[in-house]
Design a protein around this ligand. Structure first.
Ligand code: FE
Length: 255
């Protein structure tokens, strides 16, 4: 199993704070059946800046450490980019890193309670460069929770989305859990990843999430999520079904 979203690189953001902690996280990942992790440090989120070159270097260092410790896990380079207007300029200046550096898939994070007005245009511009934007954890964005049609619109126009494993099993509360499953049912998410930051409060929960996906949504979704993660790492085309709108229950059953 591949985890596309994880803050396992030490001392670069609010994830792992040391080499020792990164090794412990790696061991836990292996115990859950994870064989490769895309390290995705925060970038441009108002607190952290992690540019491409530094991430590539950090990934190399962590891989040799894991090899030395005998932990059978491969770390691949990635970046969690908060959406900002100059992202494509920075991409062309080699500051922005696509997932596994294939030039195909780019993580985009919205601020937690809003979706900027320019998002639609920017997602379009990213695609016109041959890069597919992947919206990270839409289930935890309060604006999208209020108005899921916004997400439907982005997905309908070619973006993909990643749901967080711990959201699916309820660690972010009932509302987010329910919304996460609705997103799967409406074909509005294409990946499940851990977004693990540590082993205490923000751990992997990938095995639990995959089990829930299989039992609640069926084997097809289970396989689709596993294979899509591989497609991203390989830079090949992902599987997707036609997105649907999430039906909201209206007052007194009037539709
Ligand atoms: Fe993250």
């Amino acid at each position: 199993m591949i985890d596309l979203h994880c803050h396992i690189l030490p001392e670069v953001d609010d994830g792992s704070v040391s080499n020792e902690m990164s090794i412990e996280m790696a061991k836990r990942a292996v115990s859950e059946g994870i064989t490769a992790i895309v390290a995705t440090p925060h970038h441009q989120n108002g607190r952290y800046l992690n540019e491409k070159e530094a991430i590539l270097h950090g990934v190399e260092k962590l891989n040799s450490l894991l090899l030395h410790e005998g932990v059978p896990l491969t770390i691949l380079p990635g970046q969690e980019n908060r959406i900002y207007g100059e992202i494509l300029d920075d991409y062309h200046q080699d500051k922005i890193l696509t997932l596994n550096n294939t030039g195909k898939y780019l993580f985009i994070e919205f601020p937690s309670s809003q979706v900027p007005r320019y998002a639609e245009r920017l997602l379009f511009d990213i695609q016109s460069q041959g890069i597919i934007p992947i919206i990270v954890h839409p289930e935890r964005n309060s604006r999208l929770l209020e108005d899921p049609d916004l997400l439907y619109n982005f997905i309908n126009k070619g973006a993909l989305a990643q749901v967080t494993a711990s959201s699916l099993v309820g660690h972010f509360g009932k509302k987010i859990k329910k919304f996460s499953h609705q997103l799967i049912d409406a074909n509005l998410v294409h990946f499940v990843s851990s977004d693990a930051h540590n082993l205490q409060h923000r751990s992997f929960h990938m095995q639990a999430a995959i089990d829930v996906i299989e039992s609640e949504h069926g084997r097809d979704y289970y396989y689709m999520f596993l294979e899509n993660a591989q497609c991203v790492v390989d830079g090949t085309q992902c599987y997707k079904e036609s997105p649907e709108k999430i039906m909201r229950k209206k007052f007194l059953g009037i539709f």
